[in-house]
Ligand binder design. Structure first.
Ligand code: 5GP
Length: 174
């Protein structure tokens, strides 16, 4: 199975979550056993040999493939969450969205300097969410940070927000 077959299973939902937006819904990919395994295999092929120690998934759609990939490559999984959800002490990062400010959090003891981190989310749009996540992870001063998305909306140029030396991979592009 190739990327094009997986892409064909993505459901376009018009006017969600608001008018004028075409939402790329991946639940129709995840529910297909062959697609789920193929996604897992493709991610594993990219990241298995990079010495990654922690996969950091972004709430909530980064919590689906993130842990699956972590088990495949022998890494731990760390959730990055919306404010007030993580029980212990956290670091926070705020970022501006189209309508107002959003905040994401990570536990203060989630990562350390010896970690090689893979940041994972389902989709890259403007890049605001992942840039905030990247800045949050960098506070731990890890050995290296990789960034991964299942889907990239290339026309929004979200990857341009990141420093040139960050390795950003996406499987499916629009
Ligand atoms: P950004 O911060 O890059 O503009 O938006 C990316 C974040 O919003 C990701 O956490 C992603 O899950 C969510 N998101 C934005 N648009 C879509 C979409 O069309 N489909 C999906 N599945 N997620 C989206």
């Amino acid at each position: 199975m190739g990327v094009e077959i997986i892409k064909s299973k993505i459901r376009d939902v018009v006017d969600f979550p608001q008018k004028g937006i075409v939402f790329r819904d991946l639940t129709t990919v995840f529910k297909d056993a062959d697609c789920l395994r193929e996604l897992s295999d493709m991610l594993t092929a990219i990241y298995a040999e990079k010495g990654i120690t922690k996969v950091v998934g972004i709430e909530s759609r980064g919590f689906i493939m993130g842990p699956i990939l972590a088990t495949r490559i022998g890494a731990g999984f760390v959730p990055m969450r919306k404010p007030g959800k993580l029980p212990a002490e956290t670091w926070q990062e705020s970022y501006t969205k189209e309508y107002g400010v959003d905040v994401i959090e990570i536990h203060k003891d989630a990562l350390c300097e010896n970690d090689v981190v893979l940041l994972h989310d389902d989709l890259l749009a403007t890049g605001g969410t992942m840039l905030a996540a990247y800045n949050l992870v960098k506070r731990f001063n890890p050995k290296k940070v990789y960034v991964n998305f299942l889907v990239e909306l290339e026309f929004l140029k979200g990857r341009d927000l990141f420093p040139n030396d960050v390795e950003i991979e996406s499987l499916i592009k629009y």
